[in-house]
Ligand binder design. Structure first.
Ligand code: BES
Ligand code: MN
Ligand code: MN
Length: 462
């Protein structure tokens, strides 16, 4: 095979500039003010797939944002790889905390990325990682070495729950038929510690509302005599964890898979420095469920976190008031075998049951999805492992991630194929945060590595 490294070296300037152009479009799926931009991004992605050598490129309309489907079928008897990614991004807020504007990409060097990193919303999650696949495709078609069939499915609603993609997948089983699904939308342990993500957590996301008196009240005239919705809400939330930081919702842990001591020992072998972890976050101590390590807490254990909480007076100065309502947004990260809809019901029943008299409680489920684990003896994993070994000179480590890509479990259910998660981001790349960035080295390394996955998967499948 002609070396992907030399091709990447030769074209790296253009590869960077093309990604920078894509990052300039604010494809924020959560905010309808950006509708035109999201749709324009879909058009740009479609064009880039055509330019990369796909024979068929379709912009598939949905009830929400379009899904780009593209393919190149070279021989029906060869295996087919389905690449998934997303072109939508998270809102950039809080915008003041960005050191450069989120949609004006710039390359700056950082401690971990001395050769430079592209700073922009979506640089790593997921435009940058998705675009690595487009450029890897370009390399394979331009040098006549695409070894198998390839299909692309790039959506614009991942950050808002992939509701329309789920319908699309259910209705297009034949079109999406494949031997393996390949995604770059996760991370790796470190630049010199390549890893393959073998697990994702599930998610249940709910919004709660505590409703007290029918109007805001003077906190002197009424304080102490009626339930204050904010006091009640915070007390209810605090009660959701016990003194060991276990979650108190009855039945919450029912189906949680307990890893064997061997499996946990295996996990603990992955290089990790608690000191560096704390230093990077400026914290004196980590915090979490008793009996588990930091890496276990953020991957194989379920969690419950408040993501936002509001109510009452938050303006300048002081206002003496008992607000009539209080709100919070709560996410629960789940592990494989916990069913997200069951957990959502358990949460709702429990949260309603602990409300004191004097308030009403409303629980509104948002989106959710199942967790995912994939074995390391599959052909896909083996092919990915060999690909990393080729370009990193090291065998990658399997790693369970704490993040969620809910559609992955649906892929397995509906399309009956395994997903391989070849992520090239770092945890420090600040996805979803101000100053999101993606290392130039990581981006180019991804483009270099992906074609080897195609090669080895095709060879192993024979
Ligand atoms: N790419 C992320 C998920 C991710 C990041 C997994 C890093 C593993 C490592 C994805 O875009 C994402 O943000 N997912 C959401 C859930 C979704 C339903 C909004 C998440 O994990 O919060
Ligand atoms: Mn993503
Ligand atoms: Mn994301």
């Amino acid at each position: 095979m002609q070396d992907s490294r030399s091709y990447v070296e030769k074209h790296q300037k253009r590869f960077l500039n093309e990604l920078i152009d894509l990052l300039k479009i604010p494809s924020i799926s959560a905010d309808s003010a950006y509708k035109k931009d999201v749709i324009n991004t879909a058009d740009e992605v479609a064009k880039s797939l055509k330019d990369a050598g796909c024979d068929t490129v379709e912009i598939c309309e949905t009830d929400g944002y379009p899904i780009i489907y593209a393919h190149k079928i070279i021989d029906k008897d060869l295996p087919t790889i389905l690449v998934y990614g997303h072109y939508d991004v998270q809102p950039p807020d809080p915008i003041d905390l960005w050191t450069s504007p989120p949609f004006e990409p710039v390359i700056k060097s950082t401690e971990l990325h001395p050769e430079g990193a592209i700073f922009a919303r979506g640089a790593c999650d997921d435009k940058g990682q998705m675009y690595m696949h487009v450029k890897a495709m370009e390399f394979m078609t331009q040098t006549n070495q695409l070894p198998c069939n390839v299909k692309f499915m790039i959506e614009g609603e991942e950050e808002v729950g992939s509701v329309n993609l789920a319908t699309f997948v259910k209705n297009n089983q034949e079109k999406l038929k494949n031997d393996v699904i390949l995604i770059s939308d996760t991370g790796m342990i470190a630049k010199d510690v390549p890893s393959i993500t073998t697990g994702l957590r599930g998610l249940s996301y709910v919004e709660v509302e505590v409703i007290g008196p029918n109007r805001d009240l003077h906190s002197g005239l009424y304080g102490g005599a009626v339930a204050n919705p904010i006091n009640v809400l915070t007390k209810m939330i605090a009660s959701l964890h016990d003194e060991n930081n276990h979650i108190t919702i009855p039945g919450f842990y029912n189906n949680v898979e307990e890893l064997s001591l061997e499996e946990r020992a295996e996990m603990a072998k992955a290089p990790f420095s608690l000191e560096n972890y704390k230093k990077a976050l400026d914290i004196e101590a980590v915090y979490g469920e008793n009996g588990y390590s930091t890496n276990e807490r953020n991957s194989i254990r379920p969690t419950l976190d408040v993501n936002g909480i509001w109510g009452g007076y938050t303006g300048e100065g002081a206002k003496t008031v008992i607000a009539s309502k209080a709100y919070a947004k709560i996410s629960m990260r789940l592990v494989p075998n916990q069913d997200w809809e069951t957990i959502t019901d358990l949460f709702k029943t429990h949260f309603e049951s602990i409300a004191p008299k004097g308030v009403k409680v409303k629980v509104t489920p948002h989106h959710g999805g199942q967790g995912y684990v994939t074995p390391i003896d599959s052909l896909g994993y083996q092919a990915a492992s060999k690909a990393y070994e080729t370009t990193f000179g090291k065998k990658p480590i399997p790693q369970r991630s704490g993040g969620s890509i809910p559609i992955v479990s649906l892929f397995e259910e509906e399309l009956k194929s395994k997903t391989i998660l070849m992520g090239f981001g770092l945890d420090s790349d600040a996805i979803h945060s101000p100053d999101e960035h993606f290392g130039v080295w990581n981006y180019l390394k991804g483009i270099e590595t992906i074609p080897y996955f195609y090669k080895y998967f095709t060879e192993l499948k024979k």
